[in-house]
Design a protein around this ligand. Structure first.
Ligand code: WT7
Length: 653
């Protein structure tokens, strides 16, 4: 991360629209006003430990109660010390003696259109059986199990089965390469991997098992490979190592008590890319994480017993861990799961799913929303979306124009939008509107959740007190869902998150707080553009571009400039058609009008697509190299589509 230059970050975005929560929403909401939110926030602030301890006692099952709420030896936290619980028990067994017993836990739709529904009772049975399968293969408490699967119910079953017996899962997104799988297996010393014979993506078969075979040639610690039959392909099976899921399940008993696990027993490792070098294995533990994702899920989404809730993330990302599996299942909600691509067989697939399953809550990513806008409103107009009550976004800042489209076109102007800011490291949502309380502003994640204490630091590491002045976003106090470390690398954990702002967690994002105390994320610290001593935020320039009628998506980066230090270079994807000779001038004028001459781009590149990570984030660091005309020496292993990079280089002027 680069150190901040002298000046702090200039705020140039002027977004003034405010959307109060709908009255009927507030009326039935558990936190139905800003006063109620503030009261809860103040209660947490007065005594954070007592606040969390009370929830922990009431909302998790304890085989053994905890004796100490927090043991904080910065930067190492232990929550609910001395207690024993189990996340699989909290997600499943807790529901079996009440009204949720026969309620749908997972409603799943495969890409080809096949469907399955698992009730809580059925899910519990599958998880118990698979937990016994794992035990039968010699998996014990503390062993690491890799999971590389398509988004089928068995992915959640495998995660919960690990959790049931204290094995630590490491889910690897099904789009990663053999090399990436081997790196992760080796770093975590996985003993077993679970995969499938294949998966579907835009009608094509993903040969997952073959990819795993290549990875296993370089993964000496992995002894066994369990293969779920999804597509009916016949991958080669290595005798003694590879086993079919369905054959093992036929033999397995459905009786498997959840193991009482220490509050701080590791629940999972999830690898996330650092800006350079090898991926970091973010380590989350049992009780604190489980409580945090349950409470934040309930605060932010306010699920009703009859709701169908759909988070479109894959379980390969933290969003899938926290808000497909552990949060909603702990809270007894019905989760919609969809295996495939949003544009298969056509660009209306999401809306067909919402209509067919009467989805009430939809949680998706800004990158997907920008694609929907580009694909055109007629795909949305074909479907009845009146079941939707609440919308959410996660993963990046949402450009105000995309927010407005989501609000009008998908939400029918009646659904609140919760723009949730958080990270793999934070475990769960840290800042978000509460749908019945918080008036929303397009592009702002609004306010911290109760128990979360953000602070913004200036270049001298002093708290920023002036409204709208941007700086480093840090978190002042530990919270139950926080990462406990980087797998096997305490030094990197300290270096990365705790060394630059002593005593505080450094998020790596820049943010500002406006006059109303609302937070606006300004992008990654590394991505700031410094034009003639003025530090500009990427998101603000990009949002200005996206508000131009022709623009679908934009990425802004700095390019070395002898006079100004950096010049603004932007990469733009148009909604449709080719740029005309006037388009560039029109875009420059637009940014000048929206922000000012300082931010007007010097270079504009048009591209059919922007380089993104597999989770949909624009990789600005690669664009920086292209803007500067340099060869990329950076790690591109997380890039979704290599051809995008080649095309961008070819397109350069
Ligand atoms: C980074 C974390 C959060 C789970 C999925 C991504 C950016 C995330 C927002 C938001 C602005 C956001 C931040 C953050 N980010 N949500 N609502 N507004 N920026 O997890 O891959 O660990 O990425 O995503 O830069 O630090 P992740």
């Amino acid at each position: 991360m680069s150190e901040p230059a002298g000046a702090s970050i200039a705020n140039v975005m002027q977004e003034t629209r405010v959307f109060p929560p709908p009255a009927e929403f507030s009326a039935s909401s558990p936190i139905g006003s800003m006063e109620a939110y503030q009261a809860l926030y103040d209660r947490a602030k007065a005594d954070p430990e007592a606040f969390w301890a009370e929830y922990a006692r009431n909302e998790l099952h304890w085989f053994t109660p905890f004796t100490q709420t927090l043991d904080w030896k910065p930067p190492f936290a232990k929550w609910f010390v001395g207690g024993k619980t189990n996340a699989s028990y909290n997600c499943l067994d807790r529901h079996l003696n009440g009204p949720n017993r026969h309620k749908a836990a997972i409603i799943w739709e495969g890409e080809p259109g096949d469907e399955r529904t698992l009730t809580y009772l059925q899910l519990h049975r599958e998880v118990c059986k698979f937990a016994n399968v794992l035990k039968g293969q010699g998996i014990k408490e503390g062993d690491v199990v890799s999971i590389y699967m398509p988004l089928v119910p068995e992915l959640a079953i495998a995660m919960l089965a690990c959790a049931r017996i204290g094995a630590v899962h490491s889910v690897i997104f099904g789009g990663f390469s053999a090399e990436a799988i081997a790196d992760r297996n080796n770093d975590a010393k996985s003993k077993l991997i679970i995969t499938a014979d294949g998966g579907w993506r835009r009608g094509k078969l993903l040969p997952l098992k073959e990819t795993v075979d290549t990875a296993l040639a370089k993964s000496p610690t992995v002894e066994k490979c369990i293969v779920f039959q999804r597509v009916g392909s016949k991958p080669p099976m290595t005798p003694g190592r590879d086993l079919w899921w369905h054959e093992l399940m036929e033999q397995a008993s459905a009786e498997c008590e959840a193991t009482p696990l220490d509050s701080e027993a590791p629940l999972f490792i999830l690898y996330t890319s650092g800006s350079t070098g090898k991926p970091k294995g973010i380590r989350h533990t049992t009780a604190g994480y489980n409580l945090y994702v349950k409470k934040t899920f309930e605060w932010v989404f306010e699920p009703r017993p009859e709701d169908v809730y759909w988070c479109t993330a894959d379980c390969g990302w933290i969003t899938g861990h926290s808000y497909v599996v552990y949060g909603p299942l702990s809270s007894g909600t019905t989760v919609m799961m969809y295996e495939g691509a949003p544009n298969w067989p056509a660009e209306d697939r999401f809306w067909a799913i919402v209509e067919k399953h009467r989805v009430n809550i939809l949680y998706t990513a800004p990158t997907a929303i920008r694609s929907f806008i580009k694909w055109g409103d007629h795909h949305v107009d074909k479907h009845d979306l009146s079941s939707l009550r609440l919308l959410g976004t996660v993963g990046e800042g949402i450009n105000p124009e995309a927010w407005i489209w989501y609000h009008r076109k998908i939400g029918g102007e009646r659904c609140p939008i919760v723009d949730t800011w958080w990270q793999t490291e934070t475990g769960g949502i840290m800042m978000s509107p509460l749908p019945g309380a918080t008036p929303t502003k397009p592009g702002s994640c609004t306010k911290p959740l109760p128990g979360v204490f953000p602070i913004i630091l200036d270049a001298q590491r002093n708290p920023v007190t002036t409204p709208n002045q941007g700086g480093w976003l840090c978190i002042e106090k530990p919270w139950p869902g926080m990462l406990r470390g980087i797998w096997g690398d305490d030094d990197r954990y300290i270096e990365q998150y705790w060394s630059r702002a002593p005593g505080m967690y450094l998020t790596g994002d820049n943010a500002r707080v406006d006059d109303d105390g609302y937070y606006w994320i300004m992008g990654r610290i590394d991505d700031v553009i410094n034009v003639a001593g003025h530090r500009l935020s990427t998101i603000e320039i990009e949002s200005a571009l996206v508000s131009h009628p022709q623009v679908a998506e934009a990425a802004a980066v700095g390019k070395p400039d002898e006079v100004k230090g950096q010049a603004v270079t932007v990469f733009v994807t148009l909604k449709e058609g080719e740029p005309t000779p006037d388009t560039k001038e029109s875009l420059k004028q637009h940014v000048r009008k929206e922000i000012g001459a300082l931010a007007a781009p010097d270079d504009i590149h048009f591209a059919a697509a922007l380089p993104k990570t597999r989770s949909g984030k624009i990789m600005r660091r690669l664009l920086r190299d292209i803007a500067a005309g340099k060869e990329t020496v950076q790690d591109t292993s997380t890039l979704e589509d290599y051809s995008v990079l080649a095309k961008l280089r070819g397109d350069e002027e």
